[in-house]
Design a protein around this ligand. Structure first.
Ligand code: SF4
Ligand code: SF4
Length: 422
């Protein structure tokens, strides 16, 4: 493992550092970023919700309505305030500047060049600033990739599987396919040796094809770091999920099937965030991802004009904390409202309180808690049945891998053990 990779691993998922030969923890760029104790993480959206694609399940595209008449371009003033305040708020040796959208590359390269200049201006001696960007990949070219490599960016690329699955929901504004453009961007990243991972949205289409999706990522796409995110969006005013959302059972089956394939041949070679996080949980470490943690509230979202929101999934009037140009960022991050928001995640319905896998699940993300329990209690996660099946399914192998870790051995030994068992 290179020293650069080690530094990044520590920054994003320090709890996993103690793993022998499994220590390149998942490198993450998305809204569910792992957080270190006392740290916070902000996803900045320099063009707000503006995007050159029109993915059918996008939950963020509607947010343009919050800023009608806006240019949707982050100003120099907001950029400098964001970079300065995030750097100054983190006393540790590393700090993350994270970009997301919408599609952040629509800002153009000069904006990001300026961001790097500002990072150099404000970083303390010895302080390392890590840059991450989540992109659909379609606008990347050689100049972009040279810049990303030179400045050590970690790039998350959104891809939903092989062409016939990806192109059903990840479409452009005219409803046309995008797969070929995404793959062109991915290949450029790989040619320029830019660190990257795949963000895969598990939706109503690709959920039925777990092996095709997983084998495509590992094989043709040559991705070693994978993040599976369930698409769950609620039909406004109802307790129903949209038609693009993944059904709970399908999600559970997808994750179980991908896990079995991973455990059979890829442990230590391919890193799937959910499996990595689960192993940490089974090993007695605190959950390192907000959705799995007992509380949340340390992953916030910054709109193009400096408005700061409680979370990327709660960009609405009720969760607007203020604007970083007029209120100190840290005051909002540590303020009463945000603390209450984060603590709210711990309020769980009875099935969760009595659940044998609560240590790993913790009720999931509050945005997905729109189901009711059999007793009629609200607040149960829509994905509960799928989550529970998945966690039960991985219980035995997770125990085995945790035991290997306790013995100072590599979790990847589980593959040979599984082989011997036949
Ligand atoms: S609501 Fe909480 S758990 Fe869900 S994404 Fe936001 S910070 Fe994470
Ligand atoms: S699996 Fe279901 S019952 Fe258990 S903690 Fe998760 S959401 Fe709650």
């Amino acid at each position: 493992m290179s020293s650069k990779a080690k530094q990044r691993s520590r920054a994003v998922a320090p709890v996993l550092d103690r793993r022998p030969r499994y220590d390149k923890a998942f490198l993450r760029t998305d809204h569910m970023a792992g957080l270190t104790a006392g740290a916070f993480h902000i996803l900045a959206k320099p063009r707000g919700a503006v995007c050159n694609l029109a993915c059918r399940y996008c939950f963020y595209s509607k947010k343009v309505d919050l800023y009608q008449g806006s240019s949707f371009r982050m100003s120099e003033e907001v950029l400098e305030s964001y970079v300065r305040q995030v750097i100054q708020a983190h006393q540790g040796p590393e700090v993350v500047i994270a970009w997301q959208g919408g599609e952040p590359t629509l800002m153009g390269l000069d904006f990001f060049r300026r961001s790097i200049e500002l990072e150099r201006k404000y970083a303390r001696p010895g302080q390392k600033v890590l840059n991450t960007i989540q992109t659909n990949g379609t606008l990347l070219d050689a100049e972009w990739c040279a810049f990303l490599h030179e400045n050590d960016f970690l790039v998350g690329i959104s891809i939903d599987g092989p062409e016939h699955l990806h192109d059903q929901l990840r479409v452009d504004a005219a409803g046309g396919p995008t797969f070929k453009e995404v793959m062109r961007g991915l290949r450029l990243l790989q040619e320029h040796k830019v660190e990257h991972n795949a963000l895969v949205a598990i939706n109503s289409v690709n959920a039925a094809h777990p092996l095709q999706v997983y084998r495509f990522l590992r094989g043709e796409a040559r991705i070693r770091y994978i993040q599976f995110i369930p698409v769950v969006d609620r039909v406004p005013g109802t307790a129903k999920a949209t038609e693009e959302s993944v059904a709970p059972g399908s999600f559970g089956r997808f994750m179980m099937c991908a896990f079995d394939e991973w455990m059979r041949r890829d442990v230590g070679e391919v890193f799937v965030q959910a499996f990595d996080v689960a192993l940490a949980n089974w090993h007695g470490e605190p959950p390192s991802v907000c959705t799995n943690a007992p509380t949340c509230g340390t992953a916030l979202a910054l709109e193009h004009n400096g408005d700061l929101y409680s979370c990327d999934h709660f960009v609405d009037e009720g969760h607007l904390l203020g604007n970083i140009l007029t209120t100190p960022m840290l005051e909002m991050v540590c303020g009463e409202r945000q603390l209450r928001f984060g603590a709210g995640k711990a309020v769980l319905p009875r099935p969760c309180l009595e659940c044998d896998v609560r240590f790993a699940c913790n009720g999931g993300c509050p945005k997905d808690r729109f189901s009711t329990t059999h007793e009629g209690e609200p607040g149960l996660n829509y994905l509960c049945s799928g989550l529970k099946s998945f966690y039960h399914h991985i219980d035995a192998p997770m125990r085995m891998m945790s035991e290997l870790l306790r013995q100072g051995r590599a979790p990847s030994e589980i593959m040979a053990m599984a082989d011997r068992k036949g």
